[in-house]
Design a binder for this molecule. Structure first.
Ligand code: GLY
Length: 568
């Protein structure tokens, strides 16, 4: 303990008294793996993926194992009651993306969160049964495994089943996370049974956390596949819970849920090709737009995190988020002008009014109609790469921490509050100040817009980067910066993930920077350009893999959280 205290103090002193370029040079070189690596937000989950890789599974087998393990060991975000996105690159060079985002139930209506005076009742889309979309995770995992996996579902589910059945010892942060949500979780009987200690006391680090009902649900999935979740006993339990907690997901909604393979958004940037999630994720479109604008602004001519570098990044982000919030939604419902939004001609024109010495006020960038939607930072991301050359990046979430706080009684898993990612009412910014529009209004069967940004970048056709993160809209900017840190500045995985981050999302018109790590010269220069600089704590939690030549892999887990790299 004294050793780690001493290390932390030394690092703090180094950070306080040295320019960042020197600090970055001192960050340790990451371990390099030759056979496979998993980076996720939780140790047991990364180890579950590693076990599958060691037993001969490929990256897709291991990714499915990690997703199910996270449902057991990271209940606030890992899930079977939520949804997400997967981007994958196969050993033979195929790239594909899977959308297993939740859908609005068939009885959802546009104004379902408004009272009779048309006022938005914010809590209704966040807490309780009505906040949940139809979960997509189980269908997504089964679908991915069927198409690209090599092992049986029973095998990849076994680590998760064991973790739920036998339990695991809570870490400090796992105990803290459960305790911090206890008051809300207590409101729902199903959650009280699972997440509140029988004697009502707080969880402590080292407590054994056992989830027998969840183990049984996972066994039903292992033996019956999607039918073990979307019909039969589990589906009945979900619908019963809906009735107890005011929700509207029906047996038919569950039966009809289908994840969707979608063509990736592809961006070329210098010698890299990036493959990203298309709508209903906004990550791919924003990153593609920003990279094109940064290239036009010759971003590689500027020093890392200098005021001029950050100014260019912020101005590109500002313009892109304005488009994101107005144009993007579920492509199966909204007509999204993808070609125009991502064409070079449009993006060069979009950034043509950039002033190197003056921030552009957000109000001058776009004046689209304003509708509101909400996103949260309680998402999670993981990556797996194997020795064959398969690479998988998965962003998955319940939306808010512990989702709707509703646990399906007898089935032991939490349901999402993803309905809150829709535009619930015009003109109301969300908890992150994001402004949405018509394209993201609630409709039955529609998927809500997301910021989750699983990304795989290739260099000369070979994997270079696989990453994503947690943090609502900050996922997009953090993933972009992780990639640029490695691609433009040659940082290794530890350096790239440690580097201080900035964020801009058009509205509110603020330039967020991580507190402590930017010099007062830099901040003053940015303010001089007219940026409203706001120094905040951590910007996003990310995990990624960087590839060296010959498929040697560096794993990075964010020191801003409890991530874990497992490799061999
Ligand atoms: N629920 C957060 C997101 O999908 O971006």
């Amino acid at each position: 303990m004294f050793k780690s205290l001493f290390t932390s103090l030394s690092l703090l002193l180094i950070f306080l008294f040295q320019p960042f370029q020197q600090i970055i040079a001192q960050v340790s070189y990451p371990s390099v793996y030759e056979n496979g690596v998993v980076t996720s937000a939780e140790k047991h989950a990364s180890e579950a993926g590693l076990k599958i890789l060691r037993e001969g599974g490929n990256a897709i087998d291991a990714a499915v194992a990690v997703q199910f393990a996270l449902a057991v060991t990271l209940p606030r975000a890992g899930n079977i009651g939520g949804g997400g996105f997967m981007v994958l690159h196969t050993a033979d060079g195929e790239i594909n993306t899977l959308d297993f985002r939740e859908k609005a139930p068939s009885r959802a209506t546009r104004d379902m969160y408004l009272d009779e005076d048309g006022e938005y009742i914010s809590e209704m889309s966040k807490i309780g049964g009505l906040a949940s979309g139809v979960p997509g995770t189980v269908d997504g995992m089964v679908t991915a495994l069927e198409r690209y996996g090599t092992l049986a579902l029973e095998i990849v589910l076994e680590p998760a089943i064991q973790l739920a059945e036998k339990g695991y010892q809570l870490s400090h942060s796992q105990a803290r996370s459960l305790n911090s949500a206890a008051n809300r979780l207590r409101e729902f009987e199903g959650s009280r049974q699972v997440f509140i200690k029988p004697d009502g006391t707080e969880w402590q680090a080292g407590d054994l956390f056992v989830q027998k009902d969840l183990a049984d649900t996972l066994r039903r999935i292992a033996s019956m596949g999607r039918r073990g979740f979307y019909s039969g006993v589990t589906a009945r339990m979900i619908v019963d819970e809906m009735q107890r907690t005011g929700g509207i997901i029906s047996l038919r909604d569950l039966r009809d849920y289908k994840s969707v393979w979608r063509d990736p958004v592809k961006a070329n940037f210098k010698e890299f090709e990036l493959y990203m999630m298309p709508p209903p994720s906004s990550g791919g479109v924003v990153i593609k737009q920003v990279l094109a604008m940064l290239d036009e602004l010759e971003i590689d001519q500027f020093k890392f995190n200098s005021a001029d570098y950050i100014h260019r990044m912020a101005e590109a982000l500002r313009r892109s988020f304005a488009d994101r919030n107005y144009w993007l939604g579920d492509p199966d419902f909204a007509g999204i002008p993808m070609e125009r939004l991502t064409s070079e001609e449009y993006l060069f024109q979009r950034i043509s009014n950039f002033d190197p010495e003056q921030a552009t006020p957000s109000i001058d960038v776009s004046q689209g109609e304003f509708h509101a939607f909400q996103e949260s930072d309680q998402t999670t991301h993981f990556n797996v790469a194997d020795r064959f050359g398969n690479v998988v990046a998965v962003n998955t979430t319940l939306n808010g921490s512990f989702g709707s706080f509703v646990t399906v009684s007898g089935a032991g898993f939490l349901l999402n509050n993803e309905m809150d990612d829709f535009s619930a009412k015009p003109g109301e910014p969300n908890m992150f100040g994001l402004i949405g529009a018509e394209a993201n209004a609630i409709e039955p069967g529609k998927r809500m817009l997301s910021s989750m940004s699983p990304t795989i970048a290739l260099k000369n056709g070979e994997p270079f980067f696989a990453g994503g993160g947690a943090g609502g809209p900050r996922i997009i900017t953090a993933t972009l910066q992780n990639f640029l840190n490695a691609a433009l500045f040659g940082m290794n995985a530890n350096q790239a993930i440690t580097a201080p981050r900035i964020h801009h999302q058009w509205l509110p018109d603020k330039l967020y920077v991580e507190r402590l790590y930017f010099s007062s010269d830099t901040l003053q220069k940015l303010e001089g350009f007219g940026h409203d600089v706001d120094q905040i704590g951590n910007i996003a939690l990310t995990h990624f893999i960087l590839f060296e030549p010959e498929n040697r892999m560096q794993g990075a887990a964010d020191s801003r959280g409890d991530g874990h790299v497992a490799g061999y």
